[in-house]
Design a binder for this molecule. Structure first.
Ligand SMILES: N[C@@H](CCC(=O)N[C@@H](CS)C(=O)NCC(=O)O)C(=O)O
Length: 243
């Protein structure tokens, strides 16, 4: 069973607040409609593998200077893994978090691939996404509230998102390819991609998700996985009474 708790509250902005020393801590922010996509990814794997963890809400990624040592980019998600040797491991970027969790807790390679061929596919699709749709999607989400809806910059970014959707549609059109990296089961590549490839994101970008029928079907399959549903429910409640 997943064990977790939440800490926030009064602290000196430069002093690392107390966190659990017997389980991994996932740093998150109070949820709003555009800041949960990246945090959702490691949370899905924490749920899928039932990894005991603690949630810590960062109130201000700018002001809480202690956090800058955990993630110099001052963003969530980030993680801290306490080691028995007293030195903890700091992790940042959702893809790094996924890889770290998988290496440590998915020894069978269920979500990260068994053997060279599967691992090669999982890593390639994860990294292809991280450098592509992940970066584009993040920039687009950050600019969305700041630019006029008809701005050229937003149109260019949406064009790039469409091109990434084309690549994913072609992948899912290959024989027996039910999931992005592996044919027979979802992996950390699917968990990374899904928060930026679903009907809700498409609607925000004002694109018709039905143009990519296989991607739409894949997205619906991911959404139905029990551990994904749990992670989605939890991420939306961070800072609003959820932990
Ligand atoms: N490449 C990073 C991007 C992380 C990112 O964009 N995080 C956003 C929230 S989704 C953030 O923390 N923004 C600063 C803030 O909200 O204070 C990742 O995949 O983890």
């Amino acid at each position: 069973m997943t064990t977790n708790g939440t800490t926030n509250g009064d602290f000196d902005y430069s002093i690392h607040p107390p966190i659990a020393n017997d389980k991994i801590t996932l740093y998150v922010k109070t949820a709003n409609p555009t800041n949960t996509a990246n945090t959702l990814k490691p949370l899905i794997l924490l749920e899928a593998l039932q990894i005991p963890h603690h949630i810590h809400i960062i109130i201000s990624t700018s002001n809480e200077t202690w956090f800058h040592k955990i993630n110099p980019y001052k963003m969530v998600p980030a993680m801290e893994d306490p080691l028995p040797s007293a030195q903890s491991v700091n992790l940042f970027d959702s893809s790094a978090c996924l890889l770290y969790l998988a290496e440590k807790w998915d020894k069978e390679g269920v979500f990260s691939g068994k053997g060279d061929k599967e691992r090669g596919a999982v890593m390639s699709w994860l990294m292809g996404y991280t450098a592509g749709l992940g970066a584009t999607g993040k920039t687009w989400l950050m600019l969305l509230p700041k630019l006029p809806a008809d701005s050229d910059a937003l149109a260019i970014l949406v064009g790039w998102i469409r091109k990434d959707y084309d690549v994913l549609e072609a992948r899912l059109s290959e024989a027996d390819q039910e999931w992005i990296a592996l044919g027979d089961r979802p992996t950390i590549a699917d968990f990374a991609i899904w928060p930026h490839a679903n009907a809700k994101v498409a609607a925000m970008a004002k694109i018709e998700f039905g143009e990519w029928p296989r991607l739409k079907g894949w997205s619906e399959r991911i959404a139905e996985l029990g551990y994904v549903r749990k992670a989605v429910d939890r991420v939306g409640a961070f800072g609003h009474g959820g932990s």
